[in-house]
Design a binder for this molecule. Structure first.
Ligand SMILES: C[S@@+](CC[C@H](N)C(=O)[O-])C[C@H]1O[C@@H](n2cnc3c(N)ncnc32)[C@H](O)[C@@H]1O
Length: 626
């Protein structure tokens, strides 16, 4: 599991020092699989070493007009694109950019067949008119649509509808489709909530497709196209051409974002793995979300604000959550002190504040007979943005994440063997919003079921990309199953699914952002730059993986982040001492904080020490740090 929870256990190495793995998170919280393409990619790359990369013919395409809107208060600076970084394939680039310019060679059929990655295609589509209005509204899950397309608040069922355990929306979905409870027996069917256009889609067998399994009949009937409006799409192994066309070379988002995001492979002939691009989170099945205006109380919105909240002289209700100061500056960046606080709470083991659930949903989802105690979840600072019930202007400066991706990004094939990655094509100031982590909203039980199914399967190429939304789990005594949520970008996701891991000093930091609901159990996970990032730099994020952990079913990857803080690296002594020095300096500030509050620290250490989950070595390391 990436991000979300973070219990880093300082560890001692063999010599009893704070070791290379000293800043690790809880094992069970972090489960992540190697990306689908990595193993293949290494082989293919070697096979093509020294050859010119083959890149698809770029067909000229009309540039999508980006509507410029008058600015009210917040200025989203037009960042200057580094001239050396113009990589967008459809743009003409001058010779000096040849190093990174996408090649124009057309694909030919004479590619060695063994080097052609094989995937299966998704799948099927339901026509929008196939559901009743009620059903559509029940499923709507639209948030933060950029600018003028922002949708109205969607109804997710009333309190009465909700019943004890199953939300009305998911009940109605089940009534409409028997495709819901199928993970165990049949190939999983995946249901997607409404798109930005209110369009309903149903993806059948996305899991199976991603899994690489084949259907012998070469196609699968989903539903009668007339009665249920499903289109039958033949299932077969994708040819290279088909795979390539799955992701628009110029825009992997297929027009779903305000800006285009190209993809580029200068290393080998691989294409990005098959997945469905979505710009907003969607409910998979049982997750309970209720976005209603009636649910938003006066204290949850700024119903008296006018124009730009950031320039208002009176205190805006939406800033109360962040100490009466907005998290954003008038340039649309995160405020320096707020950002530093978030960084230190996430990265500095002494600042990390863990909270413990009474009945941890993560442990509950395992269905074990004995419920293990909660291993702790990182407390986080979060941002609260203005939304529909706020009276401020749509371009109020306290609406950043909901405006969608604004940076010039590119999905690219990394040369170091990490598979695909995400990079910026322009210099990004510290505190810039880059993108959200978008995926299917699953309950933890659903995620657990997916994982079980994956590990049971014969094909280990089915990888998962999940993050927990666990920042507030501790607030509620016992979360209902449908309230303990996570995001999974394995089958549906946005560009964030390409962000690779970097231990500790990654250039992105994830911050929870509340937009459309005051509910604590659902929030957006947004990535901001933790420092200034240069054009062409890869964007990275610390997944919080514990590379020593073999107590989870998902194999961790061999980390190639090349950070000097890498937790998955045997270091020579010199580098090791540098590493300790860096950790020491990072911790100094926090150690003084702990000294200032010795009793709280001691209490915390006692609490951790009393937990049977820690062995002597770990307790010793906790005491060492304290
Ligand atoms: C969220 S995906 C990132 C995108 C992925 N590289 C791809 O090609 O789709 C996570 C996977 O990327 C690879 N990865 C990410 N960070 C890595 C790192 N620091 N070293 C090696 N592999 C990494 C691992 O295979 C991991 O399971």
């Amino acid at each position: 599991m990436m991000g979300g929870t973070s219990l880093r256990k300082p560890k001692l190495d063999d010599e009893g020092k704070l070791g290379a793995n000293s800043l690790q998170r809880s094992p069970d919280m972090m489960k992540l699989q190697p990306g689908p393409s990595d193993s293949q990619s290494t082989q293919v790359r070697h096979a093509y070493k020294g050859k010119e990369p083959l890149l698809p013919q770029v067909s000229p395409r009309e540039k999508r007009p980006i509507v410029e809107r008058p600015s009210h208060g917040v200025q989203f600076k037009d960042r200057e694109v580094d001239p050396d970084s113009v990589l967008i394939p459809k743009q003409k680039v001058v010779d000096s950019y040849a190093l990174i310019k996408p090649k124009d060679e057309p694909f030919t059929d004479d590619l060695p067949p063994d080097d052609v990655p094989r995937y299966e295609a998704p799948i099927a589509v339901i026509r929008p008119d196939s559901f009743s209005k009620e059903d559509i509204s029940g499923r709507s899950f639209l948030t933060g649509k950029p600018d003028d397309q922002e949708p109205p608040a969607s109804h997710f069922g009333t309190e009465e509808d909700r019943g004890d355990s199953v939300p009305a929306s998911s009940s109605s979905r089940r009534a409409n489709s028997e495709l819901a409870p199928v993970l165990e027996e049949s190939p999983a069917n995946l249901e997607i909530a409404s798109s930005s256009l209110g369009e309903e889609r149903l993806m059948n067998d996305a899991h199976c497709s991603a899994n690489g399994s084949t259907e012998s009949n070469g196609g699968r009937e989903l539903r009668d196209p007339e009665s249920c409006s499903l289109v039958v799409v033949p299932q077969h192994q994708l040819t290279f051409e088909e795979l390539r066309s799955l992701h628009d070379f110029n825009d992997i988002t297929k027009g779903e974002e305000v800006i285009e995001i190209s993809w580029l492979n200068e290393i080998n002939n691989e294409c990005p793995p098959p997945f469905m691009y979505i710009p907003q989170n969607v409910v998979f099945q049982n997750a309970y979300l209720r976005f209603t205006l009636s649910q938003i109380n006066a204290e949850d919105c700024c119903s008296t604000c006018i124009g730009d909240c950031l320039s208002s002289t009176t205190i805006c209700v939406c800033a109360c959550e962040t100490g009466n100061e907005f998290a954003y500056t008038s340039e649309g960046l995160i405020r320096e002190d707020f950002l530093e606080e978030c960084i230190s709470m996430t990265r500095d083991p002494q600042r990390q504040c863990l909270s413990y659930c009474k009945a941890c949903p993560l442990e509950r989802s395992k269905n074990d007979e004995i419920l293990e105690p909660c291993k702790g979840h990182l407390k986080r600072k979060y941002i609260k943005e203005c939304w529909s019930k706020c009276a401020c202007h749509k371009r109020c400066g306290n609406r950043v994440v909901q405006r969608g991706i604004r940076c010039k990004l590119q999905v690219f094939f990394t040369p170091e063997g990490k598979g695909w990655g995400l990079r910026t094509l322009e210099k990004l100031p510290k505190g810039t919003f880059v993108c959200e982590y978008i995926g299917e909203i699953l309950t933890n039980k659903e995620l657990h079921e997916r994982n079980v199914q994956r590990t049971r399967g014969t094909n280990n190429e089915w990888h998962t990309y999940p993050v927990l939304l666990d920042a507030y789990w501790f607030l509620k005594g016992a979360l209902k199953e449908e309230e303990a949520l996570c995001l999974d970008a394995t089958f549906y996701g946005n560009v964030a699914r390409f962000i690779n891991h970097r231990c500790l000093d990654s250039n992105l930091i994830e911050i929870p952002v509340k937009v459309e609901t005051p509910d604590q159990h659902y929030y957006h996970l947004a990535f901001f730059t933790a420092r200034e990032v240069n054009a062409l730099e890869e964007l990275t994020w610390d997944y919080g993986l514990d590379f020593d952990d073999d107590d989870h079913p998902v194999e961790v990857f061999k980390c190639l982040c090349s950070s000097k803080f890498c937790r998955n690296m045997k270091r020579p002594n010199k580098i090791r001492s540098e590493f300790f020095a860096s950790v020491e300096s990072l911790s100094r500030q926090s150690i003084s904080n702990i000294r200032a509050n010795a009793s709280a620290a001691a209490k915390k250490t006692d609490l951790l020490a009393s937990s049977s989950r820690f062995d002597k070595k770990e307790i010793a390391s906790l005491q060492f740090v304290a």
